[in-house]
Design a protein. Structure first.
Lengths: 280, 284
């Protein structure tokens, strides 16, 4: 089973929840965390005794122009939807960060001067800490496109239970991270910012037809509007974690919340049981 | 005209609360731009009155005319994004490259513009705000960020204002790069947590990659004094100024709930925000 942990607003506690679920289920079978926040992967930081098992580059396709054959007709630049090619009288410029690797330039070139090569946009890591496998992607600095790396992380993560730690926001990175999950748990906080972004995230999940529920973190702060909203929309609220300086301090030092406050382990385990019941 | 972008790497480090306070402090001389287009929150504090709405056209998307389609399967084979199955396009997977149209022998594919969001010009109690809404799950957030920034620059020019203040999105990818390019200063909001520290290093790396000057604001600096000390040491080592040190205080969320900037109320965070604003003014 694959459960994604997403949010809309950043900093609501996705990684705290993902690592705590993994810690709470570790004795019950193989658990994997797939950290799909490839821009800022953090889950692995909470497993200081991790052993790196695998590390490899994530490659995407890019065109290569054979300047001997190229007549600088400009058709490749014209067809490129991403403005990744510019044809000058003497040469063709490629902006690799903009290229989506679609292959349109290869198809349109009348001189067969375009072939394909590969370039790295980041790395995929696989590590193990006791019973937990952690897979994460790390986007190279300056790279803009995240989705190929997110796909690669999801493909590599294996286990009876895969917890997908998603990037914040509601754009294509978040959609790609959530896609393929059996269930999505949205983590929010009871503040105006939390509620506004939760509402957008719920619209995305509805569009994706992804079953979902909400976890309210830092409850006790802010106001009660998130609760009113959830009740009105009949979105299940599966768990609350209170605003507690002690929890914030544990997290700040890199501790796994449910590991350091083990009375929470059965609560996270029953959270997962409830989700399993709902989707079976 | 100067442009400052508030960015963070890690989400939830206080970017929007910082921008709202800097907006209150720079009231009358600046245009504000909310470039966190897929989780925009600045309007919840600035409470804008919308004056203009502009359509945002995202990427083109492919549509197959089933009346013309001969079901040869060429498009499915050629699509690198696995967006076509059973001779239909899954719009959520289509990246708009147009390869399907190129290979279709029956001229059954049409590439259509899609309305992917809106950008707004608004008035607020602190001055003009340019903000946007990306429709849920849409691509091209970087392109919308570029649109918001261009509108903000034009507005600042036409109103003779000397500052554009940008609220960025978390991360280091496409929308963040679009928020950072060409700014005079990136103010990086961080917090003394193991994740905040890690993400700070990556966003500083991206800013350095694009040759952008940076300053650091440590939010919740008293939550983990050891971590805050490590951030100060990192800043010294890299020659970056720590211009803000905000304490962990309930006034931040109280102001947010009331739809106010933190500096519109009294308190230790308000004081620290004012000091930070002074430092930023000196830097520019």
């Amino acid at each position: 089973m694959k459960i994604s942990i997403a949010s809309g607003k950043g900093g609501t506690g996705k990684t705290l929840v993902a690592t705590s679920i993994a810690a709470s289920l570790a004795s019950a079978g193989r658990v994997a965390i797939a950290d799909c926040d490839v821009e800022e992967p953090n889950s692995y930081l909470f497993f200081p005794d991790r052993l790196i098992l695998e590390r490899k580059e994530c490659h995407v396709a890019v065109p290569v122009i054979d300047e001997d054959r190229c007549t600088h007709c400009g058709k490749c630049a014209e067809v490129c939807a991403y403005h990744a090619l510019a044809v000058l009288p003497q040469t063709v410029l490629l902006f690799p960060e903009l290229c989506h690797g679609c292959g349109a330039c290869i198809i349109v070139c009348p001189e067969k001067a375009v072939s394909e090569s590969f370039r790295s946009i980041g790395e995929i890591f696989v590590a193990r800490s006791h019973e937990t496998e952690i897979v994460w992607g790390e986007l190279a600095l300056g790279e803009a496109r995240t989705t190929p790396l997110i796909k690669a992380v999801k493909e590599r993560a294996e286990g009876d239970m895969v917890i997908v730690d998603c990037p914040p926001g509601t754009s294509c990175s978040m959609v790609e991270a959530v896609r393929g999950s059996d269930y999505c748990l949205l983590v929010t906080e009871p503040t105006p910012f939390g509620l506004y972004d939760l509402n957008i995230a719920l619209k995305v999940l509805a569009k994706m037809k992804m079953p979902h529920a909400v976890l309210v973190n830092k409850s006790g702060m802010g106001d009660s509007k998130v609760y009113d909203y959830l009740e009105q929309r009949k979105v299940p609220l599966l768990m609350e974690i209170p605003l507690d300086r002690k929890i914030a301090e544990i997290y700040s030092q890199g501790g796994i919340f449910a590991e350091r406050m083990p009375e929470w382990k059965p609560r996270f385990a029953s959270l997962i049981s409830r989700i399993e019941e709902m989707i079976s | 005209m100067k442009q400052i972008a508030v960015v963070s790497g890690k989400g939830g480090t206080g970017k929007t609360s910082i921008v709202a306070s800097l907006a209150a402090l720079s009231s009358g001389r600046a245009v504000y731009a909310d470039c966190d287009v897929d989780a925009p929150d600045l309007h919840l504090i600035l409470l804008p009155q919308v004056q203009e709405r502009h359509d945002f056209i995202g990427i083109k998307r492919a549509f197959i005319d089933s009346a013309k389609c001969v079901q040869c399967g060429s498009c499915q084979e050629a699509c690198r994004f696995s967006a076509i199955s059973d001779f239909q396009v899954d719009q959520s997977l289509c990246e708009g490259c147009g390869v399907c149209k190129l290979v279709c022998p029956a001229d059954a594919v049409e590439m259509k513009d899609s309305l992917a969001g809106h950008a707004y010009i608004s008035e607020t109690r602190f001055g003009p705000l340019v903000h946007a809404e990306l429709f849920p799950g849409e691509e091209a957030s970087g392109k919308l960020v570029a649109m918001v920034r261009e509108m903000a620059r034009n507005l600042a020019e036409s109103r003779h204002m000397d500052l554009v203040l940008i609220d960025g999105s978390p991360g280091i990818g496409c929308p963040v790069i679009a928020s950072l390019t060409g700014v005079d200063l990136a103010l990086v909001a961080t917090e003394p947590t193991i994740t905040g520290e890690h993400d700070l290093e990556r966003i500083l790396g991206v800013a350095a990659h694009f040759g952008i000057k940076t300053a650091i604001c440590i939010n919740k600096c008293d939550l983990n004094p050891e971590g805050a000390g490590r951030i100060e040491a990192l800043a010294r080592e890299k020659g970056i100024d720590v211009v803000g040190r905000l304490p962990y205080h309930t006034s931040v969320v109280e102001a947010m709930v009331a739809g106010q900037a933190v500096v519109e109320r009294e308190g230790p965070v308000a004081q620290a925000m004012k000091e930070m604003y002074k430092s930023l003014e000196e830097m520019l």
